[in-house]
Design a protein around this ligand. Structure first.
Ligand SMILES: Cc1cc2nc3c(=O)[nH]c(=O)nc-3n(C[C@H](O)[C@H](O)[C@H](O)COP(=O)(O)OP(=O)(O)OC[C@H]3O[C@@H](n4cnc5c(N)ncnc54)[C@H](O)[C@@H]3O)c2cc1C
Length: 406
């Protein structure tokens, strides 16, 4: 009998990998292991519609049981893979069993980064990564309560926006000088800083958290910062995620803040692939790119499925991402980092604009605020390697959609 393709981690990438194995023609068994009690679900709504109570549990599932049955994908939930042995081609499970594999995929995602300060483990201090985290956080968003969000990245700011809409008193503390500084350009940071302020979210920038303070009964009562104390009934830590590459490390695979993979999602062992948040992709120039996005998880998983069947299907699409804060959609394609020229098309004052970025004379990234047409056109432009000039983009009459069609 054929051994199964084994996928470790039943999230966005893991499920896509299973589906893509079938689409690529694999007819043998597929075993998809997840350590959470839930079937694979979408994480993006957890900080948005879920916290607002607008999404029910049934709506976050990616695929229903009928689909998995039709595709003969054998999903095993609530069981962790605790070791991988490339020599014997077996995995060890948390329930004591071990299983063989024909090909192995690691799609173990990432874990919320803990805050390394005294008091980080007090009651009332939460992170948001899983559906169970989202359940707990949703129930703690009580109107009038004081929540302090630590970290003004995407997840932190989305939680802040949702908590504000739920009627909480919200403060965001961020060490950097502007929100989302690692991932967006200054015009986008400035727009969202103003938006949060207009919605009543206090944003404390350039403030380092030094400790979380105990109320004497083991519950958080305040956040101590370089600027003083902020009273808190609840603290949400949103300071990033750590790739879950421990299994890969223990198995001797090359890791560098994530399981290192090539453009086809192959690890340093050709029989093992990795995809999604747990991985770091080696680019042509030798650098490593680690992305945490749905698109990256899906595209890498497609490449990984092909690679397990001995085919090359490199991930070449330009990275894109989105965020929703206070109902205003941010869509990003490419990267603004290192850009030499930036130009804004549209009017930030009207809440609809895009920031275009060029480096070495080429368009490298576009960030769109409530301008989905700009985003879709920019994806096509960047994927096709087309690069309108700053003069063209500055002209409101320039037809971006036509330029994207080529
Ligand atoms: C709150 C939140 C909001 C987000 N919003 C957006 C957004 O707006 N847009 C966007 O593009 N992206 C967003 N993301 C990021 C996106 O959800 C992730 O990039 C995507 O889920 C990555 O998929 P993955 O399969 O790599 O990891 P995951 O979805 O994390 O799945 C990995 C799974 O593997 C399991 N696992 C780990 N180790 C083991 C083991 N040893 N054995 C068994 N199972 C294991 C984990 O428990 C988990 O269930 C958001 C993420 C979060 C947390």
């Amino acid at each position: 009998m054929t051994n199964p393709m084994v996928i470790v981690g039943a999230g966005q990438a893991g499920l896509q990998l299973a589906e893509s194995l079938r689409a690529e023609g694999w007819q043998g068994p597929i075993r998809l292991f997840g350590d959470e009690p839930h079937p694979p679900y979408h994480r993006p709504p957890l900080s948005k519609a879920w916290l607002l109570g607008e999404t029910a549990e049934g709506q976050v599932g990616i695929r229903g049981p009928e689909f998995l049955a039709r595709q003969s994908i054998d999903l095993v939930t609530d069981v962790a893979v605790v070791a991988v042995d490339p020599a014997t081609r077996t995995i060890a499970l948390s329930d004591g069993r071990s299983e063989p594999w024909e090909g192995l995929a690691l799609t173990t995602g990432a874990a919320a980064r803990p805050l390394p300060v005294p008091g980080g483990d007090l009651a009332g201090v939460m992170t948001l990564r899983t559906l169970d985290d989202a359940h707990r956080l949703h129930d703690r968003l009580i109107p009038g309560a004081r929540v302090v969000v630590i970290g003004a990245g995407f997840v932190g700011l989305e939680v802040a926006a949702s908590a504000r809409k739920r009627g909480l008193d919200v403060t965001v503390v961020e060490a950097a000088a502007r929100p989302m500084a690692r991932v967006v350009s200054p015009p986008i940071s400035a727009f969202y800083a103003d938006l949060h302020a207009a919605k009543g979210v206090r944003l404390l920038l350039g403030a380092a958290v030094t400790a979380l303070l105990d109320d004497g009964a083991g519950h958080v009562r305040a956040v101590a910062t370089s600027d003083g104390e902020i009273p808190a009934d609840l603290v949400v830590v949103g300071v990033g995620a750590i790739p879950r590459d421990d299994l890969a490390r223990a198995a001797g695979l090359v890791c560098d803040r994530g399981v290192v993979v090539d453009a086809c999602s192959r690890t340093s062992d050709p029989a093992i692939v990795a995809a999604g948040d747990c991985s770091a992709r080696r680019l042509a120039d030798g650098s490593l790119l680690r992305l945490e996005s749905v698109q990256n998880a899906v595209e890498q998983a497609r490449s990984a499925a092909a690679a397990l069947l001995g085919r090359d299907r490199p991930f070449v699409a330009t990275p894109w991402f989105w965020s929703d804060q206070h109902g205003v959609k941010l869509q990003i394609v490419g990267a603004a980092a290192g850009a030499e020229t930036t130009l804004v098309r549209g009017d930030p004052a009207e809440g609809r604009f895009s920031a275009f970025h060029w480096k070495d004379g080429r368009l490298v990234g576009v960030e769109s605020v409530d301008r989905p047409q700009d985003h879709m056109a920019s994806r096509r432009l960047l994927d096709a390697g087309r690069s309108p000039s700053p003069t063209e983009i500055a002209d409101p009459a320039f037809d971006l959609a036509a330029a994207a069609r080529g």
